[in-house]
Write a protein that binds this ligand. Structure first.
Ligand code: XMP
Length: 513
């Protein structure tokens, strides 16, 4: 298999570590984040083209300050230290560091003192983003000072012979105006990368890998219709064809006509082996009378496993289960308080692999959402499908506040359908990260014709976000909002009021439950 160029990012706990990975990948160079403690043997096995040491919240002098294996400096591989990474390089090579009383935070002007490969083509004076406490007081032997700022006289250093570089500021954040140029200089001038990591090369590599892994066994995929699991299914289908068996469990809590659309698309356009299980009766009977959001999630999760398990035992010789897990879900992040490394995992069908004794295939474990979308495009999935908003596993169950009934589902499906269609017809769907309607558990008084009504309230939610971790409410054109409200109240029986949610996350969440 072709050995692609790889940049290893060692994480010292900075909130910007994922951004470093993004910037590297945007330059068509593959990158992986690992904890600072990642062992030298694993690093040698990975054979990185270059290493970036991230920033971090601690001072190099703090007790338990994170360290990397110093043997990385003997690999002969180019290394770039950012902020804490710079201090780590300085302390390892016996320079002097001073712990500043105040953290320098925000914009600063960076001045280049000396030409260097890292700073080639960068303006002599440029705005950079700082967030640090420690300051370099004396450069280690063999290192040169390449740049300074008012508060950080030693702001960029290099040892060209050892191929070790460091900057005090954060080139990965967009406030650092020349940041991507600096990262590109590291990748292309110093690491001599070619930048040949593309969706097409990823697909080609994965297909070979999957074929080798699966052999003549069968693979099961829980196809929810979400972007991640759908793109995963199409990719695996390319690799092994009919050895892939997809199961779509309809829990009755999908958007209007969603299940039927998913079935149609996959059967007609992709000839996937796909079984549709209408388990809505079973889900809804178990959910009857349940109002607590976490109980709803638990019931849905358990029922899903039950239904899926019953169906999948019918598939012979099945050894593997596909999941569309993404990189941010599995990333190992550094716990800054203790020595322990916490791993965040989120599996849409959690519990299944253990119960069914299946091995997991997660082809997108190393990818971000927009990269999966790019893979989907390359695989020929239609644009309107690729751009669909995320939809939670428990579906409308967490958008019907209080208990769930078939009537409530219908009301919500109709209102939501009108809302989403209006976003499309006004050309704003793709400006929004996620939009949906919520059915509130209150009735309000209205007047229609000569009659008093006492009916339901629909709340509309639309947020902008890059990863769902933080979100802001979408600023609608008021005429569009008015049109949506009128349409819902006029056409959906049982709704006489529409409100718009203007809360950001945090302190609110995206979903209401
Ligand atoms: P919150 O509401 O926590 O949501 O701001 C963040 C993102 O996660 C989705 N979400 C879920 N997805 N199962 C899922 O698969 C769940 O139980 C769940 N709860 C929230 C939500 O739609 C948003 O994209």
């Amino acid at each position: 298999m072709t050995q692609h160029e790889k940049i290893l990012i060692l994480d010292f706990g900075s909130q910007y570590t994922q951004l470093i990975a993004r910037r590297v990948r945007e330059s068509s160079v593959y990158s992986e984040i690992h904890p600072h403690s990642y062992g030298i043997d694993a690093i040698k096995l990975m054979n990185p083209t270059g290493i970036i040491l991230s920033g971090g919240p601690m001072s190099i002098y703090d007790e338990g300050a994170p360290k990397a294996d110093e043997a990385i400096f003997d690999l002969g591989v180019p290394i770039l230290g950012i902020c804490y990474g710079l201090c780590y390089i300085t302390s390892t090579f016996k320079g002097k560091i001073e712990s500043a009383d105040d953290r320098e935070y925000g914009k600063a002007t960076f001045n280049i003192n000396k030409d260097s490969n890292l700073l080639a083509g960068v303006d002599e004076k440029s705005t950079v983003w700082m967030s640090h406490g420690d300051l370099i007081q004396e450069v280690p032997d063999g290192f040169e000072i390449d740049g300074s700022s008012e508060n950080s006289p030693i702001c960029a250093i290099s040892n060209v012979e050892k191929k070790v570089y460091g900057v005090q500021f954060h080139p990965e954040v967009t406030h650092t105006v020349e940041g991507s140029k600096i990262i590109k200089n590291f990748l292309f001038n110093i690491c001599e990368c070619k930048g040949d990591w593309t969706p097409a090369s990823f697909i080609e590599e994965k297909i070979k890998e999957i074929k080798n892994l699966i052999g003549d066994k069968n693979v099961i995929c829980a196809l929810s219709g979400g972007v991640d699991s759908s793109v995963a299914a199409i990719l695996i289908h390319r690799a092994i064809g009919d050895q892939l068996h997809c199961i779509h469990v309809d829990h009755g809590l999908m958007r209007k006509n969603e299940s039927a659309l998913i079935m149609k698309m996959f059967e007609e356009s992709y000839s996937l082996k796909l079984t549709h299980i209408d388990a809505s009766k079973s889900f809804l009977s178990k959910l009857a009378g349940v109002s607590d959001p976490e109980k709803k999630r638990k019931i849905i999760g358990n029922t899903f496993i039950e239904v899926f398990d019953n169906e999948s035992v019918k598939i012979p010789n099945a050894d593997f289960l596909v999941q569309g897990t993404l990189y941010p879900d599995v990333i190992e992040s550094v716990s800054v308080k203790g020595a322990s490394v916490t791993i965040k995992t989120h599996h849409n069908v959690g519990g299944l692999p253990e119960k069914m004794n299946l091995k997991l295939i997660e082809p997108f474990r190393e990818l971000f959402k927009d990269e999966v979308r790019a893979i989907g495009r390359e695989l020929g999935l239609p644009e309107e499908f690729i751009e669909r908003h995320p939809f939670p596993g428990p579906g409308l169950a967490v958008r019907i506040l209080s208990d769930i009934t078939e009537d409530k589902i219908k009301v919500l499906q109709e209102a939501d359908d009108i809302y989403i269609n209006e976003l499309h017809s006004n050309g704003i769907y793709n400006e929004i990260w996620q939009a949906f309607a919520v059915l509130l558990p209150v009735q309000t008084v209205g007047v229609m014709g000569d009659f008093r009504t006492y009916e339901n309230v629909i709340a509309l939610r639309a947020v902008t976000s890059t990863d769902g971790m933080t979100a802001d409410w979408y600023r609608f054109d008021l005429d569009i909002l008015e049109k949506i409200s009128n349409k819902i109240i006029r056409s959906v029986r049982g709704v006489n009021r529409v409100v718009y949610d203007i809360s950001s996350k945090p302190p609110s969440t995206i979903e209401w439950e």
